[in-house]
Design a protein around this ligand. Sequence first.
Ligand code: AMP
Ligand code: ZN
Length: 477
Amino acid sequence: MQLYNSLTKTKDTFVPHEEGKVSMYTCGPTVYHFAHIGNLRTYIMEDILDRYLRYSGYEVKRVMNITDVGHLTSDADTGEDKMLKGAKREKKTVMEIAAFYTEKFFEDCRALNIRIPDVIEPATSCIDDFIKVISSLMEKGYAYEAGGNIYFDTSKLSQYYVFHNFEEEDLAVGVREGVEEDGNKKNKADFVLWFTKSKFDDQELKWDSPWGVGYPGWHIECSCISMKHVGEYLDIHCGGIDNAFPHHTNEIAQSEAYLGHKWCNWWMHVLHLNTNSGKMSKSTGEFLTVSLLQSKGYTPMEYRFFCLQSHYRKSLVFSYENMDNAKIAYKKLISKIAALDPSGEIDRETFDAQKASFVKALDNDLNTSLAVTAIYDVLKAKTNGATKRALLADFDRVLALDLLQNADALRDAQKEEAPANKSPLAEKIEAMIEARRMAKKEKNYAEADRIRAELSAMGVTLIDTKDGTTYTVEGEA
Ligand code: AMP
Ligand code: ZN
């Protein structure tokens, strides 16, 4: 498998340390709020890697942390503690916030068919591991105490700036803004391993340490959690592109200083999902979550399909128009699959040939958009329905788009539907759509909007296409 490696900036054949086995680490969520659909794009693309490695026969051990302490609003150790901010916002304790949003995160993952990692580890349950590694870094002279905090001394490394040459806008904002420079640091790039004299008097979670009562910095969490579960050699580390610097750079610095050897050979970074107005945010503009999409009539599988249509190393723009196109395409795809006649014998030759082009697409740096094209090629192939369904089931082990499940559900629903008579509800909706069309024609946009809002309150989402308006009703397939 050819996979781009952010460390070498080349696409190379992926080779794990141990034949047939892959250790994979993915930076987990900071559980102070819901995940936005941008965060979830990253998790979906990491899920594709996880699933494809398994599909290719590897035994995968995937570890993910849950950041429930130590992550400040700026990745450069300045700003507010995100968890405290969340707790204050909701007048709850930090642990209540963490438990609530961890659960919500996994609900989103389940809805999006993101495999739950083999190991999930909250940072707050690894304090002893952090202290052990920080103590060793102190002994080895890689860390120092200043102003009550423990810092990593980046000047001790022959090379610190890994991943520093991405496009400016892709990198974390904190470093560039440099809002408050921390006067304790010996070098600008040094980072906190352990906070004691925190500027947060009200810090809720504190632990005893050789350097006083305090709490860990965010970067040390991922290094320690990875080493705790997969040992000294990690095969592949993933995250969104904003994590590349300083987070991943700092992870490499401290892990390799601690271990005394190279730690992780492969780094995969997923580019951002942006809106038309720029970066996706939890605090400004519309807070785009999976449940918001659902309330607007888009299913999680339609969002997953939207993500898979583009490559993980390209940034992607979210708009409702793009989402509508994905929705229409997914629905069409499902109805085509539903129309297949499942009877017949599997034609091995066609199966193998079609599978080979699917594998070729994913072997080429996880080209999911070509893998999606491979689905359409199957549908067009000159073979029977049984072979096509077998291929789709096989592809869906990686794509996880519920292709056959949704097609079968649609078929069942179609069977049950009264064939001739339209329901009174459908008649009413169609009459309102026609009234809206007339209002728009007369440039009475206020009336058109009012009708749309009325339909929306009835659970009806309109989809305007160049061929007219179609609709979906909440809860209906
Ligand atoms: P956080 O919960 O902020 O720690 O972020 C969780 C994951 O989402 C990290 O891997 C981030 O790099 C990633 N991420 C943050 N913003 C975006 C975005 N707009 N698009 C894609 N991934 C993102
Ligand atoms: Zn991390």
